[in-house]
Design a protein around this ligand. Structure first.
Ligand code: GDP
Ligand code: GDP
Length: 469
């Protein structure tokens, strides 16, 4: 389970500054969800090769009414869903009565709280921090978010133990063994070009592990209906994964001799209880499901069109490098001009995810649902297939023969060889002279060439260009 850090504190203590610093470590696409959150931001971040999620909550003043109170409620939801709270205070302002109120509030929540005394640049940190001891939060760090001072120390001390704890809880093992991959890469780097050509050209699929499929989408797009439809058609054993009620439900199932684990973010079983209100949409739960999945099934509502929230979710899927299948639901009962309009909109707004298959379905009536799984399997196979160096190198040569790389600063760049640098999503590393300076248009040509040659669908491909042999 991907850990979640919530940044909490008065306005102007530096939460956004820290948020930007943390999420930037991963070229983060910082999405905000209009309508759902006012100024709450969600970001994906990375530390010590590990992914986590950061939420920047709305500031808490202490005496909220009306819309401000609503914002506090949003912060409250973030606090409940987080694994650890970074409570930020302003070292320059010193301790305020609002800080004391927030601290009391957090203490009642039984959450792991870490106190960050911010803005310790240019002041006597020890003296400033002494002011805050009376908050009674034992884990206390001085930081300067603006300069990044002390931040990695906090992550070391607060995030790594949390990761270890979460890992100790039962989960489904990742499919790719990083150490093994590194070994392969080292081997490949040692190969001479002749050896590369002698190598096997086959593509070997990963062994058959269950495909973790997350069904995500905005509220009311039809996720529960779809999940029920999928499960209703198959014999399933629903069992409880340990975890809180806020977590997604993990449902093992089989279809066409392929095992799956459905990650259900909509909470179908809880909905089955009579007087249970519709589950509140949880961005965090959705993000965790995306991070945990092999393939994401993004459900859109044909009646509603594509919203900014849909685009934000899409951004998270892409940012996480996950395989993607898009289901445009509620395709039943639409006039043909309405269908045309939606297809136009999809072309316009989803043109940049041309690798993903789009299905038009009706979860209510079941039409199109079966074909979804063909695309899910295809996406998974594409993302995890092992492709040999010699095949990649041959494709690279084919590409450069069809279209010579352009001159870069008066010199012709030379493409030498390519090898796999990872899977899920696939990473292709291209070696050669002047390859880093190749124009974007040629890089895109190469990427398309690889995609078509390898018939990779449903997953992004990452490219790295490396200078020299
Ligand atoms: P938020 O309202 O809690 O999100 O606070 P912001 O991140 O917007 O920061 C409020 C102000 O504090 C901005 O002017 C920042 O530039 C400033 N600030 C943030 N971090 C630091 C820091 O480490 N040192 C100093 N001196 N100023 C900081
Ligand atoms: P969720 O919040 O994403 O889980 O959405 P639900 O599955 O609860 O569906 C929201 C509403 O859309 C319900 O009233 C469903 O009956 C309706 N719905 C779901 N799928 C379809 C569909 O394929 N066609 C139509 N017309 N309505 C649907």
């Amino acid at each position: 389970m991907t850990p979640v850090i919530a940044l909490v504190g008065r306005p102007n203590v530096g939460k956004s500054t820290l948020f930007n610093r943390l999420t930037r470590t991963r070229d983060a696409l910082v999405a905000d969800f209009p309508g759902l959150t006012r100024d709450r931001q969600y970001g994906q971040a990375r530390f010590a090769e590990r992914e986590y999620i950061v939420i920047d909550t709305a500031g808490i003043y202490g005496d909220e009414e009306g819309i401000d109170a609503l914002m506090v409620e949003q912060s409250q939801q973030a606090i409940e869903e987080a694994n650890v709270i970074f409570f930020m205070v302003d070292g320059r302002d010193g301790l305020t009565s609002t800080d004391i109120e927030i601290a009391e509030h957090l203490r009642r929540g039984e959450k792991n709280v870490v106190l960050l005394v911010n803005k310790i640049d240019g002041v006597d940190a020890d003296q400033v921090m002494a002011d805050f001891y009376q908050l009674g939060i034992p884990e206390m760090f001085g930081v300067a978010a603006a300069q990044g001072r002390g931040v990695s120390h906090v992550l070391d001390a607060a995030l790594l133990p949390l990761l270890a704890k979460l890992e100790a809880e039962p989960n489904f093992d990742d499919l790719v063994d990083d150490e093994e991959l590194e070994g392969i890469e080292d081997d490949l780097d040692d190969l001479s070009e002749q050896e590369l050509n002698d190598e096997e050209t086959e593509s070997v699929p990963f062994e058959d592990l269950p495909i973790k499929l997350a069904i995500v989408g905005r509220p009311n797009v039809g996720k529960s209906t779809l999940t029920n439809r999928i499960l209703g058609e198959e014999r399933v054993v629903v069992y409880d994964m340990p975890g809180t009620t806020r977590d997604s439900v993990y449902i093992p199932m089989a279809r066409d001799e392929q095992d799956y684990i459905l990650i259900d973010t909509a909470g179908i079983r809880r909905r089955a209880r009579v007087n249970e209100a519709i589950e509140k949409f949880s961005v965090i739960k959705t993000l965790q499901a995306i991070e945990d999945a092999n393939v994401v099934l993004l459900v859109l509502d044909a009646h509603m069109g594509i919203s900014d929230q849909d685009m934000s979710l899409l951004g998270f899927v892409l940012n996480a490098g996950r395989s993607l299948v898009v289901a445009v639901n509620k395709w039943d009962g639409l006039e043909s001009h309405e269908r045309d309009r939606i297809k136009d909109e999809l072309d316009r707004r989803l043109g940049f995810v041309d690798f993903a298959r789009v299905h038009f379905i009706s979860a209510l009536h079941g039409s199109g649902v079966g074909h979804l799984f063909e695309s899910v399997q295809e996406a998974y196979r594409s993302a995890t297939r092992r492709v040999s160096t010699s095949l990649l190198t041959r494709i690279l040569q084919g590409a450069s023969e069809d279209h010579n790389p352009p001159m870069v600063r008066g010199r012709r760049s030379k493409l030498r060889y390519a090898h796999a640098g990872g899977y899920n999503p696939p990473v292709i590393v291209v070696h050669g002279n002047m390859v880093e300076s190749l124009p974007g248009s040629y890089k895109r040509y190469l990427m398309n060439y690889f995609r078509r040659s390898l018939q990779i669908m449903g997953t992004p491909i990452k490219f790295e260009f490396k200078e020299g042999d």
